[in-house]
Design a protein around this ligand. Structure first.
Ligand SMILES: Nc1nc2c(c(=O)[nH]1)N[C@H]1C(S)=C(S)[C@@H](COP(=O)(O)O)O[C@H]1N2
Ligand SMILES: [Mo]
Length: 374
């Protein structure tokens, strides 16, 4: 990933990502590079909505504020977080709300993610709830508003590139973290270092990078990314291509169930006579659990259930693998379908068209050939 590096960031630190946009910087991970149990930083997708904030010399000295509907507004440094609150490390999925968007027809507005706007890293920090309790939530504390240090895409520091928030119950979940380390290393600048939020299971846009402020509010937050059609889905199914402006919609909370095939890679070749196909991947389901993953080689006529590795903690992804017999040489299309603990499975065909293209969890398809090309 070398083309047109954005000023201030060396893209050579990332391996094999596909650039979807350079200013703001947006890059996704090809599915076959998501084959690690824990996604390495070098393979973790990047999604910026604005430009980068200025360089940071002293990570522990970075401060952020908690204010609004609290008894005691706080200004804390990363060093304060490290010394005053219990440390938590969880491996958790971070996924862009638009992941899968490119599979919608007609094309929806926004970055054309395939299935690679996702990664699963070990995040270390403190529970946001522990800090909110220290600030003392008033009864009027209903919602959070998140603010970062990055300027918007015109370079203006007066407007937030993105400022979203969650109902207070989500903010108080143990797994909603203020994070300073990723995979055991100081949180990289491009991923929001020195300090970011990780709000697992919900759209990645809630996981504010370069965190400067959490405004505790007495109503739903209304920053950029909270109003209009942003992160909203129509309540009643829309005809594909409709403008969706005057219909009832609701904000996306938990992300839908999804699986990706991380091996083999699309276009894989096997020697003539190969009779076993070993397939593996990852699956996750927003706030819910993955109940099962199944794989088909015959367009869904028959399915084989994959073996799943137990997730390490809530919001971790589930790694899965399965060996399938091949009846002979030839061309095979592999589809993987995950089902969540509420019985919802991924569709074969992109459904729920919406103008901004959120929540498209259509099944991932990988094609391979055994023996000579047919
Ligand atoms: N300050 C700030 N935080 C942000 C964003 C941003 O543009 N600015 N983008 C959000 C979006 S849309 C996503 S999907 C995730 C991506 O996190 P990553 O770049 O570490 O993968 O960051 C979120 N946090
Ligand atoms: Mo995103």
């Amino acid at each position: 990933m070398q083309d047109k590096p954005e000023a201030g960031f060396d893209l050579s630190a990332k391996e094999g990502l596909s650039l979807l946009g350079d200013v703001p910087l947006v890059a996704e991970t090809p599915e076959e590079l998501l084959d690690d149990e824990t996604t390495p930083v070098a393979r973790f997708f990047v999604r910026n909505n604005g430009l980068l904030p200025g360089p940071v010399a002293d990570a522990d000295g970075w401060t952020f504020a908690i204010d609004g509907e609290v008894e005691r507004p706080l200004r804390l440094s990363v060093a304060d977080l490290k010394s005053r609150f219990p440390h938590k490390t969880f491996r958790m999925v971070l996924e862009c709300g638009g992941n899968g968007r490119s599979f919608l027809t007609p094309k929806a507005e926004g970055n054309p993610w395939t299935h690679g706007g996702v990664g699963c890293a070990e995040w270390t920090g403190v529970s946001l709830g522990d800090v909110l309790h220290e600030a003392g939530l008033k009864e009027s504390a209903l919602f959070t508003g998140h603010f970062g240090a990055d300027p918007d895409k015109t370079g203006s520091f007066e407007h937030q590139a993105m400022s979203r928030g969650v109902p207070i119950a989500k903010a108080l979940e143990e797994h909603t973290l203020l994070v300073w380390a990723m995979n055991g290393e100081p949180l990289p600048f491009i991923h929001g270092g020195p300090l970011r939020l990780v709000v697992p299971g919900w759209p990645g846009s809630l996981s504010q990078k370069w965190l400067k402020r959490i405004w505790v509010r007495d109503r739903e937050h209304d920053g950029p990314g909270m109003t209009g059609l942003s992160y909203r889905l129509p309540v009643h199914p829309l005809a594909p291509g409709a403008d969706g402006k005057d219909v009832e919609n609701r904000i996306i909370e938990s992300m839908p169930v999804r699986s990706i095939i991380t091996a083999p890679a699309d276009g894989g070749r096997y020697p003539a006579g190969a009779r076993t196909l070993s397939v593996r991947g990852a699956a996750w389901a927003g706030d819910d659990e993955v109940a099962r993953v199944e794989v088909t080689l015959d367009g869904g006529a028959t399915w084989v259930e994959a073996a799943m590795m137990p997730p390490r903690n809530r919001y971790d992804w589930t790694r899965w693998q399965v060996s399938l017999p091949l009846s002979g040489d030839g061309f095979y299309e592999i589809f993987a379908r995950a089902t969540d603990s509420k019985g919802r499975a991924q569709p074969f065909r992109a459904a729920n068209w919406n103008p901004n293209g959120y929540g498209c969890n259509v099944m991932h398809r990988v094609a391979v050939t055994a023996g000579p090309e047919a």
